[in-house]
Structure formats: C-alpha cells, structure tokens
Design a protein around this ligand. Structure first.
Ligand code: G3P
Length: 215
C-alpha cells in the first residue's frame, strides 16, 4: 500500500519523506500554510519524489483544462485534482488526451467513481471521513469501488481520503486499496502503541542490571 501525506506542511514532509509515496493537497490545506501557492508546491515537489496533487478551482470544463495545464507545468509529478462534476469529468477526459494526470476528488458514491474512471481519471478520491460524519459507512464505499474496478480491470487508482484515525488506514489496507492519504495527526499515530513504549522501558530497566564488559 502506498501512503500519501494529506498536507502542505513541508517540515512534516521532510521528516517523513522516507515513508511517504506522494502528497495530496486541497484549497483548505494550501490556505492553512499561509504561503504563496506556487512557491509552496515547488518546495513540496522538491521534498517528495512522487505524485503531488494540487486542486483546480475553475468550474467550467475549458477553464478547468486551462488551469490544469498551467498547474501541470509546475513540475513533472503534479496530479491535478478536479471536483466530481459533469464539467469536471469533461475536463478530465480532455486532459487524459493531453497526458495530464488527474485525480477526481469529492467522490461520495460508487457511481461517481465509475464515471470518473470512464472519463479517464488516473485517481479517484473517496472522502471516507466526511461520509462517516454524515452517518454513512465510508469504508463500505471503498469496498464497492474496489469491487467495481476489479470486476472490469479498471486502471484508475483509489486514494482513500478524508482519513480520520489509524483504523481507517488498517481497514483500507485490508480491503486492498492501493493508496491512503493520511493527515500528519493520524500519520504520527501509526507509529505508536503503549505496549511498545512499556516494553522499551522494561528492557532498558533490565539492561541496567546486566554487566557489560568493556573491551
Ligand atoms: O485532501 C482531501 C481530504 O483528505 C480532506 O479530508 O479531513 O478535510 O475531510 P477532510
């Protein structure tokens, strides 16, 4: 499973670059950093050698295509996130012909994921945490999409997004989702277990009782 970081925090990305396969951002994440957009994206691309997802904000297909072409020129690893609308999918189809990589975002149903794949999206981003918040089972949606994509040998890859806790990551991996994009707060929790800390302390305490010869 590939792990993407759902963040624009370059300090976090530097620290964990050895474990991170790609980056996802959205307008909210970019705004949080309070830095000029292009400068930030260039820095992210210099840290992580993998897909760096940045979002187009235009609403009509021709404008989305133009914006996406501009974004994709920033770096060879740019993937353009495009919202799941009819105009968005029209743009995805055009961009696929031009060789621009796309990620259809704000996906909340299996039918949306099916259409995004048909339009030629490289990735789809179902937002599981936001579905859970709305009283629907986000992970069930991942299962449905994975089943459909497997049935038809679809090459579009699922990025499990809006991840809220470590169990989301485990469940996504058990389903076989190829990618999960994880915010820093959840990523750091993946390392931890209280029994690991307790075990280290016990071993350290016992090691103090051992006589170790000096050479
Ligand atoms: O980047 C897209 C997605 O992961 C956003 O998550 O936490 O804002 O629902 P969240």
């Amino acid at each position: 499973m590939r792990l993407f970081a759902d963040t624009g925090d370059v300090n976090f990305l530097r620290k964990f670059a050895y474990l991170i396969d790609g980056v996802t951002t959205n307008p909210t994440i970019i705004a949080k950093e309070g830095r000029p957009f292009k400068e930030l994206v260039q820095e992210i691309c210099s840290i992580v050698d993998g897909p760096v997802n940045v979002e187009a904000v235009q609403k009509e297909a021709p404008a989305i295509v133009e914006e996406a072409l501009g974004l994709s020129r920033m770096h060879k690893n740019i993937v353009v996130k495009i919202a799941m609308t009819e105009e968005g999918l029209r743009a995805v189809s055009e961009l696929a012909k031009k060789g621009v990589k796309t990620n259809v975002t704000l996906v909340f149903s299996a039918n949306q994921a099916l259409l995004a794949a048909k339009a030629g999206a490289n990735y789809v981003s179902p937002f599981i945490g936001r579905l859970d918040d709305a009283g629907q089972d986000g992970l069930l949606l991942i299962e449905e999409i994975m089943d459909i994509y497997t049935n038809y040998g679809v090459e579009t890859e699922v990025i499990v997004a809006s991840v809220r806790h470590p169990l989301h990551v485990v469940a996504a991996a058990r389903i076989g989702a190829p990618i999960a994009t994880v915010p820093p707060s959840v990523f750091e929790l993946l390392f931890k277990h209280p029994l690991t800390d307790l075990g280290i302390k016990r071993f350290d305490d016992d090691w103090k009782k051992v006589q170790v010869e000096k050479r």
